[in-house]
Design a protein. Structure first.
Ligand code: FAD
Length: 318
């Protein structure tokens, strides 16, 4: 079977769900091998094995942590050039897309971003993308070189396929060229105790209608054990960090429950949450477009409705 490289998305060996989703997609079209860049492989091995990565290329050189993205692209290019895989799958995160772009240039290969699926046919691999804010679904294929494909989070349900991974250490010499932008300081994001936005089964999002007060949104999220999201209007207003933006230019989420509070439902916001299983809307304007996609809607002021919901949920859970 054709080898498919999957770039592992991890923090110090803590493997993120995007990786297990990509391994699942890769198994559908070939034999997945993971590429682990940086330190912490021992912590990651069992998760990679559980989701079918029989082989793991491990590159652990200090430059990967010391410099901004370029060394990662070089390391992945070294692995890909030697392995000659049928495709390389990379997470559709900002960093992943930058690695993918650099990799495509280095390999002289075609690149497809934001795929939600990859299938194999007589003519090679075909990707599916949701474009124009989810308004159209298109199929594309790379026609030149090794397909480099970035895969959106929540594109597949991770399915275990236990194997014992074999680590293959790869020596990489990072060029002077890739050591131009050094990381001088790191500040860990303040721990919220909430689940990761793209991995949460419950997301409560606030928009311009919060007026900048995310307290009721956070309290409902905490009562439900969920993550907090935000519309771009709220993020652009400086009310919530950009990392929490849901939508076309933010994160794509697909939770079991999505609560949209004070959000009108612009197409760019819908693009990031429309595959949520159950959508609950709280908006004081009964004509707000987002009600069209609601499974359950409340017309009212979120500052009144959300605290009532939080109180009732807390009461029933205690
Ligand atoms: P508004 O559209 O202003 O809606 C606010 C809503 O709150 C209204 O429906 C109002 O009735 C309701 N409301 C007001 N007060 C209350 C209250 N007290 N209680 C209850 N309801 C209340 N947007 C994103 O979200 N994510 C993206 O990734 C994104 N990407 C974009 C990319 C591009 C290229 C462009 C051009 C735009 C993008 N946008 C994105 C912006 C998008 O077009 C909208 O401007 C944005 O989603 C609006 O945010 P909002 O719904 O919070 O604000």
């Amino acid at each position: 079977m054709a080898e498919i490289l999957v770039l592992v998305d991890h923090v110090d060996g803590d493997v993120r769900k995007t990786t297990t989703e990509m391994l699942t997609i890769a198994r559908g079209v070939g034999e997945p091998s993971a590429v682990f860049l940086g330190s912490g492989y021992d912590a990651a091995a069992s998760t990679l094995g559980r989701f079918g990565a029989a082989k793991v290329y491990v590159v652990d050189t200090p430059e990967l942590d010391e410099y901004v993205v370029a060394p990662k692209a070089e390391a992945l290019a070294t692995v890909a050039a030697a392995a000659e895989p049928a495709a390389v799958l990379i997470p559709s995160s900002p960093e992943g897309k930058e690695i993918a772009g650099r990799l495509a240039v280095k390999l002289g290969a075609g690149l497809i971003t934001d795929a939600v699926d990859v299938t194999a046919g007589d003519d090679g691999l075909t990707t599916t993308q949701a474009v124009f804010a989810g308004g159209y679904t298109v199929q594309s294929a790379v026609t030149h070189g090794t397909p480099i494909i970035t895969v959106k989070a929540n594109s597949a349900t991770p399915e275990p396929a236990e194997v014992t991974p074999v680590a293959e250490p790869v020596e990489v010499t990072i060029s002077e060229q890739a050591r131009k932008a050094r990381i001088v300081e790191r500040q860990p994001r303040a721990a919220t105790g909430r689940p990761e936005l793209t991995e949460a089964s419950v997301v409560v999002s606030g928009g311009r209608g919060t007026g900048g007060d995310f307290g009721p949104v956070e309290e409902l999220a905490d009562a439900l054990g969920g993550a907090v999201g935000a519309s771009r209007a709220a993020v652009d207003s400086g009310w919530y960090p950009h990392a929490y933006q849901v939508g076309q230019t933010g994160s794509t989420v697909s939770p079991q429950l999505y609560v949209a509070a004070g959000i009108s439902g612009a197409i760019q916001h819908r693009a990031g949450m429309q595959t949520s299983k159950t959508i609950v809307v709280v908006n004081k304007d009964a004509e707000a477009p987002i009600f069209a996609m609601a499974d359950f809607g409340v017309v009212g002021d979120l500052h009144t409705v959300l605290p009532q919901a939080t109180a009732e949920i807390t009461k029933r859970r205690s």
